[in-house]
Write a protein that binds this ligand. Structure first.
Ligand code: ADE
Length: 412
């Protein structure tokens, strides 16, 4: 998604976007201020695979300011913004990303990062980490810091099989991340992607949110706030009951497919919306995905069985099903918030990327002392980032008295 400021070159348009984000990332700026004299990443090569939009670019620049040699590619073939990538070439060492990479180009760009022999990896979805292991290109790596639910799931699966080759930090599992980024970040940015791509009214729509984890919760909440009638589809009985008590209609996909106007998958699983479901849908529905991979809406079935009618609008692909009805797929079934919008809001990424920076520091400081396991972000680091955010955003925190602290710890 390119929105170039009028009359600016690609590079200058990217610089403007980065500048805008940089002025609102208070915590990240504060961390740079605190560490810049120390140069804690001096001599450290950092390889990044993250959605290359303005906030990500600013994280890369922050790491560079702290002494690292920084190289970056995008963690999804359609989420690099070309103007941002062009601008970033002036500030970090290597930028290998563009929007619309083929699978081969995506792999090529990741391999180029690994060929630079990174010491630290900052990953989103674990593709770079897994490619390092598969291709035996992990010897230089002393730690990985992972952004997402999907990436952490994959790293834990590697750990379980005993083939994780470096320590990893699960940034996603920090409270300062999943409680805000996954819920409020996705809540707003997914709806942003739906609106920008379709220019449609959310109010009055039958919206179907598949998956009621933190992402699904945020998306359902924000869609309801805009007046959509929201149905939640869940396989987990506890989450289904939670959605029901939250006031949503809860049903299975087979039933929801028949009446939904727009669908958002938020499960992290495969084939959540299948060809069979699509054949039961109304004419002209919107299909979208908020999960990391483009496997939740069965795009392979669609490409094989439906006729592609072309792009109806930017980021809206039109398909004619064998039964003559049309479906519109947003952002090719990839992350709609990054494919059709700018990702999470700046304030949210300020928290998440500050946790990334702190986790990278933790890995660097503990080089050689950690095992090849998935670690949580240390609690004090998680708390520091959130408290700094509150402080810099002028939000006052209540302080417990000694009497209150003692009371909470006593049994009387
Ligand atoms: N911007 C950069 N990385 C992102 C992510 N993982 N989710 C949403 N927005 C982002």
């Amino acid at each position: 998604m390119q929105h170039q400021v009028k009359d600016l070159s690609l590079k200058d348009a990217g610089k403007k976007k980065i500048e805008w984000a940089s002025q609102r990332m208070y915590v990240l700026n504060e961390l740079v201020r605190q560490y810049v004299n120390e140069q804690p990443f001096k001599g450290v090569r950092i390889g990044m695979s993250l959605h290359l939009e303005a906030k990500t670019a600013y994280l890369a620049m922050a790491l560079k300011k702290l002494g690292a040699e920084v190289s970056i590619t995008s963690s999804n073939p359609i989420t690099a913004q070309d103007d941002v990538a062009a601008a970033l070439t002036e500030y970090v060492d290597h930028v290998y990303a563009w929007r619309g990479e083929t699978p081969e180009e995506y792999e090529f760009n990741h391999k180029r990062i690994l060929e630079l022999k990174p010491n630290l990896i900052i990953d989103d979805g674990a593709d770079l980490s897994i490619m390092a292991i598969k291709n035996e290109m992990y010897y230089s790596i002393f730690g990985v810091s992972e952004e997402t639910t999907t990436g952490v799931r994959r790293l834990k699966a590697l750990e379980k099989e005993g083939i994780l080759k470096f320590p990893a930090v699960a940034v996603n599992d920090a409270k300062g991340k999943y409680l805000y980024d996954n819920r409020f970040g996705s809540g707003q940015s997914v709806v942003d992607g739906l609106i920008r791509s379709t220019n449609s009214m959310m109010g009055g729509k039958e919206a179907v949110v598949v998956g009621y984890g933190w992402v699904g919760k945020g998306v359902a909440e924000r869609l309801r706030g805009l007046g959509a009638r929201v149905t939640v589809v869940e396989a987990d009985p506890f989450k289904a009951l939670e959605a029901y008590f939250d006031g949503y209609k809860v049903t299975n996909m087979e039933e929801a497919a028949r009446y939904g106007d727009l669908f958002v998958t938020c499960t992290g699983n495969v084939k959540v919306i299948t060809g069979k479901h699509m054949l039961n849908m109304k004419d002209g529905v919107f299909l979208s995905n908020a999960g990391h991979f483009d496997v939740e809406v069965d795009m392979a079935w669609l490409r094989e069985n439906a006729k592609y009618l072309g792009e109806a609008r930017p980021n809206v692909s039109s398909y004619m099903l064998p039964n003559g009805r049309r479906v519109y797929v947003l952002a090719e079934g990839r992350l709609v918030n990054l494919g059709a919008a700018d990702g999470h809001p700046i304030e949210i990424m300020d928290l998440s990327f500050s946790l990334q920076l702190q986790s990278a520091l933790y890995l660097s400081e503990n080089r050689g002392k950690l095992q090849n396991r998935v670690y949580n972000v240390p609690e004090e680091v998680d708390k520091k980032v959130v408290e700094t955010f509150l402080d810099l955003n002028g939000i006052k925190l209540e302080k417990l008295t000694e009497e209150q602290k003692e009371y909470l710890e006593s049994w009387r």
